[in-house]
Design a protein around this ligand. Structure first.
Ligand code: IPM
Ligand code: MG
Length: 386
């Protein structure tokens, strides 16, 4: 039976899980393509170590998604993968895609698998925290004074807008080729994302920036209207509206002004890559994709993945930075299982590894120690609970 009380709140309530001394967690791993298998392997090591320390049993089941799934089955999201994700308590994802499957004329593309799994699991909210670590202040191309202390959460709507709107497609022959994309949004889709943004802002600095293009787009005008209706339910949280083009400028000029940024699918995709550069590297940024579904164990359904891609240029070399995936595993413990102490243990271990001067290639700077993926994973494990 699902608890209705918990269903109404978009945020996992660790209190209600406290009676579990130890947990049995079933995780489905979609390692995917490129560096996906290398980075997920390290996150699994860290999860096993945390599980052992806190007395939880974590089992991992692997399934195919993206290019590897296309090669094996002809489909980017095979039915077996969907079934394994639906049966799991949470899903850990590496990355999908690569040059092998990127022919624009191809009928199936790896990215379709990623979009489809987000949609079938109902994961409408994508949380992308951007935190600038003091130890990495020099890894960014921006001035230390601008980025020091940046700590924002980008909340990207994930199952609506241009990514899924119909009609979408091409028609006609040269010289009359044309293409169309459609950006639909319903009141319900906007409200549930905004509500979660406000709930999360309450546990932070109590400010939500709603980003839209209301001076041009009808969907954005609806977005703004609903955002303010939801804001009225949260009088203790400040709301501001910012146009997406201006937001992309302010993100570079004064990023500390942001706490929670809530926006539609495509704007969130773009702004989160831009914000990643505040932190120095995409290799540092985790994400959580959450829905409203709570399973019979009381766990919130979620898919956890680094925001970086499959990086085919460095795949198989053992040099990919696993920290974004390891931090995604920490988000899983927090958001799907309410295991806040365990999540914080991982985050602190990552911070310690960084302040001890350990770096992967993407964030390396003179005077630091360069590590490969496996050694970085081990360095985090060794620093757990210290
Ligand atoms: C992301 C990625 C995906 C997206 C791609 C790979 C389809 O860029 O997760 O941000 O656009 O959502
Ligand atoms: Mg993206």
């Amino acid at each position: 039976m699902q608890s209705t009380a918990r269903d109404q709140s978009p945020i996992p309530n660790p209190q209600s899980l406290l009676f579990y001394k130890t947990m049995n967690l079933k995780i489905t791993v979609l390692a995917g393509d490129g560096i996906g298998p290398e980075v997920t392997a390290q996150a699994i090591e860290v999860l096993n170590a945390v599980g052992a320390q806190y007395g939880h049993t974590i089992s991992f089941e692997h399934a195919l998604l993206g290019g590897c799934a296309i090669d094996a089955t002809g489909e980017a999201l095979p039915a077996d993968t969907t079934a394994k994700c639906e049966a799991a308590d949470a899903v850990l994802l590496g990355a999908v895609g690569g040059p092998k499957w990127s022919d624009p004329k191809a009928k199936v593309r790896p990215e379709q698998g990623l979009l489809a799994i987000r949609k079938v699991l109902g994961l409408f909210a994508n949380l992308r925290p951007v935190k600038v670590y003091d130890a990495l202040i020099d890894a960014s191309t921006l001035k230390p004074d601008v980025i020091r202390g940046v700590d924002m959460l980008i909340m990207r709507e994930l199952t609506g807008g241009a990514y899924f709107g119909k009609p979408q497609g091409r028609s006609g022959e040269a010289p009359n080729r044309s293409a169309v994309d459609t950006t639909p949004y319903t009141e319900a889709e906007i409200a549930r994302l905004m509500r979660m943004a406000f709930e999360l802002a309450r546990g932070r600095r109590k400010k939500v920036t709603s980003v839209d293009k209301a001076n041009v787009l009808a969907t954005s005008r609806l977005w703004r209207e609903i955002a303010h209706e939801v804001a009225a339910e949260f009088p203790d949280v400040e709301i501001e509206d910012v146009l997406v083009d201006a937001c992309s400028m302010y993100l570079i000029r004064a990023p500390r002004n942001y706490d929670v940024i809530a926006t539609e699918n495509l704007f969130g995709d773009i702004l989160s890559d831009e914000a990643a550069m505040l932190a120095g590297s995409m290799g540092m940024l985790p994400s959580a994709s959450l829905g409203g579904f709570i399973n019979r164990h009381g766990f919130r359904r979620g898919l956890y993945e680094p925001i970086h891609g499959s990086a085919p240029d460095i795949a198989g070399k053992g040099i990919a930075n696993p920290l974004a995936t390891i931090l995604s595993a920490a988000m899983m413990l927090r958001w799907s299982f309410g295991l806040t102490a365990e999540a914080a243990a991982i985050e602190q271990a990552v911070e310690r590894a960084l302040s001890d001067g350990l770096r992967c290639k993407d964030i390396a700077s003179p005077g630091t120690t360069l590590l490969g993926s496996t050694d970085m994973g081990r360095a985090v494990t060794e620093r757990l609970g210290k």
